[in-house]
Design a protein. Sequence first.
Length: 315
Amino acid sequence: MTISNRVKILAAAGVSGLVLGLAGMGGALAAGPGPETCTKCHEDEVASYAQSVHGQKGNARGAADAGQCSSCHGDATEHVKARGKAPMKNPGKKTMAAGESNGTCTACHKSDSNRSHWEGSTHQQRDVTCSSCHSVHAAKDRVLAKITQPEVCYSCHKQQRAEVNRPSRHPVQEGKVSCSDCHNVHGSVGPKLVKRDSTVDTCYQCHAEKRGPFVHNHSPVSEDCGNCHNPHGSIGESMLKIRMPMLCHSCHTPHGGQVVQLAGQGQTTAQLSATSSGKSGINYTQGRSCLNCHTQIHGGNNPNATNPPAQFMFR
Ligand code: HEC
Ligand code: HEC
Ligand code: HEC
Ligand code: HEC
Ligand code: HEC
Ligand code: HEC
Ligand code: HEC
Ligand code: HEC
Ligand code: HEC
Ligand code: HEC
């Protein structure tokens, strides 16, 4: 069958636009010429498209059954006629307004539950486009794989690259935890694009034991893990924002604010006892510092009402 015959047939069937794509059209309605026409000038893009989710046939919502290349690039009739000299819509180009670029994608992806908060999200408002992160034509879309994803983010988020490389951190470099384990970059109801409705709920996904319930809660824990931790990493241990005991001192003036003494500097035995009013200064600052005694810092389950007072984060 010649091209003109095919076009006549399709035109007779009520298909608008010049259809030049032949083999493998599978009866799809193409608003303009399809992949076969583009191959001789864009071999790579046609090949990557054919291998991608978008090029897969048989998905009722996919590009393959909705105009192929034209579903994202528009009608290429003039472009082909002018042998590439006429402009084409390219959602990856900086010159295209962010809203228009995103519109190309949301035409099909609007109703996805993962993107229901895209409108008004930080990235949408800051003119970050779908194609700033996604590579539709690459053999592998780097942002979808845990191990390669952070590099995509670091191109705009340099500070997080530094934080994730600190001594105490999540295993992000190893590909075990990724940015998208904690963030829904397409928008969320939580602060800072966290994946769940709040920071704590985001952390509980993997650290369920910190949720409790506890007999004695430590209120900053159930409020926001970020009160004490930098989830991206820290210089000190356990991803703590500030070292011990200064971390605790940022909210508490413990033990009557008494000046810490070193053991052996004139303290009585009573002062050295953990349950009496005075405590050995060495216990405050050495070893695990305040955690030498207040071990249950995320919440305690000691039912004891006295000696030592259970409410004070003791085991
Ligand atoms: C799902 C949407 C989508 C479909 C379908 C699609 N493209 Fe693209 N195309 C893009 C995006 C987005 C870019 C920008 C670069 C990127 O993100 O990979 C692009 C870029 C291009 C470019 C420019 C490459 C460059 O180096 O600047 C060409 C050429 C191209 N596409 C051709 C095609 C052809 C031919 C087809 C059909 C076989 C096709 N595209 C199908 C979305 C699409
Ligand atoms: C005869 C060669 C030829 C054919 C056939 C052709 N193109 Fe192109 N196309 C070009 C050239 C050359 C450019 C680069 C134009 C430029 O950089 O200004 C280009 C650029 C593009 C771009 C990028 C535009 C931009 O501004 O970044 C897209 C998208 C594109 N073509 C899509 C297609 C699609 C889809 C088809 C098939 C339906 C197709 N082209 C067929 C030669 C061709
Ligand atoms: C014609 C409809 C259509 C358009 C336009 C479209 N997509 Fe898709 N996209 C799909 C379908 C269908 C899937 C397969 C998954 C599904 O069924 O939900 C998909 C899958 C994806 C995936 C997941 C890929 C994977 O390997 O799991 C990404 C990422 C994606 N699209 C990004 C984009 C971006 C970015 C754009 C705009 C440049 C875009 N899409 C435009 C229909 C579309
Ligand atoms: C800031 C980077 C970024 C931007 C901007 C972005 N995405 Fe994504 N996208 C991701 C990451 C990371 C994943 C994988 C993890 C996930 O699902 O959250 C993903 C996954 C996807 C998937 C497949 C899995 C799923 O969630 O269904 C689709 C489809 C998709 N994005 C479409 C889009 C569309 C459409 C836009 C624009 C409206 C967009 N993305 C904007 C980073 C981004
Ligand atoms: C093209 C640039 C770009 C890329 C790529 C990008 N972002 Fe962003 N992101 C921004 C901008 C701009 C902001 C607004 C705040 C700012 O200036 O840092 C932002 C803000 C954020 C915020 C804070 C949201 C808030 O409400 O304050 C998070 C979290 C975030 N991005 C995560 C990611 C992750 C995860 C990735 C990779 C999957 C990513 N971003 C990729 C540009 C980008
Ligand atoms: C373990 C969970 C977790 C991981 C993994 C994670 N983040 Fe975050 N991120 C958070 C939380 C929680 C906040 C909010 C912190 C706050 O409120 O101070 C945040 C905040 C941000 C912000 C906003 C910072 C600001 O000060 O406004 C950006 C940008 C960001 N993250 C990017 C990333 C990138 C990029 C990655 C991957 C390299 C990543 N995050 C990995 C939990 C995480
Ligand atoms: C996707 C799962 C996941 C999520 C979500 C997650 N974490 Fe983690 N977290 C891990 C893994 C894995 C480790 C490393 C455990 C190990 O090395 O044994 C870890 C370790 C930690 C550590 C100990 C680090 C050290 O140096 O000992 C802290 C503190 C921590 N996470 C806090 C958080 C906070 C706060 C959040 C929420 C903002 C969070 N995590 C969300 C998986 C997760
Ligand atoms: C009041 C400060 C504070 C808050 C708030 C806090 N933590 Fe911690 N967290 C610590 C301290 C101190 C350590 C070190 C404990 C140790 O070495 O025994 C720690 C250690 C951890 C560890 C590693 C050791 C372990 O116990 O598994 C994880 C995981 C952790 N925190 C998760 C969380 C999560 C999740 C939240 C929020 C629900 C949270 N933390 C809130 C102070 C805090
Ligand atoms: C972000 C502020 C904050 C930080 C940091 C913090 N706490 Fe607390 N802590 C509180 C608040 C608020 C209470 C509840 C006080 C109340 O309800 O009377 C509390 C209660 C306690 C209690 C129970 C005593 C009481 O009066 O109920 C102990 C013990 C305690 N914290 C120890 C620590 C230790 C040890 C650290 C360091 C690892 C620490 N806290 C870090 C805010 C903080
Ligand atoms: C040697 C054990 C021990 C060490 C170390 C210790 N505490 Fe305590 N802490 C106690 C005991 C016992 C109580 C019960 C009330 C009391 O006897 O003062 C207590 C009570 C508290 C209280 C509640 C009463 C008050 O004074 O507000 C806070 C807050 C507190 N400690 C914080 C800290 C901080 C912060 C550090 C580290 C600088 C620390 N503790 C180190 C044993 C210790």
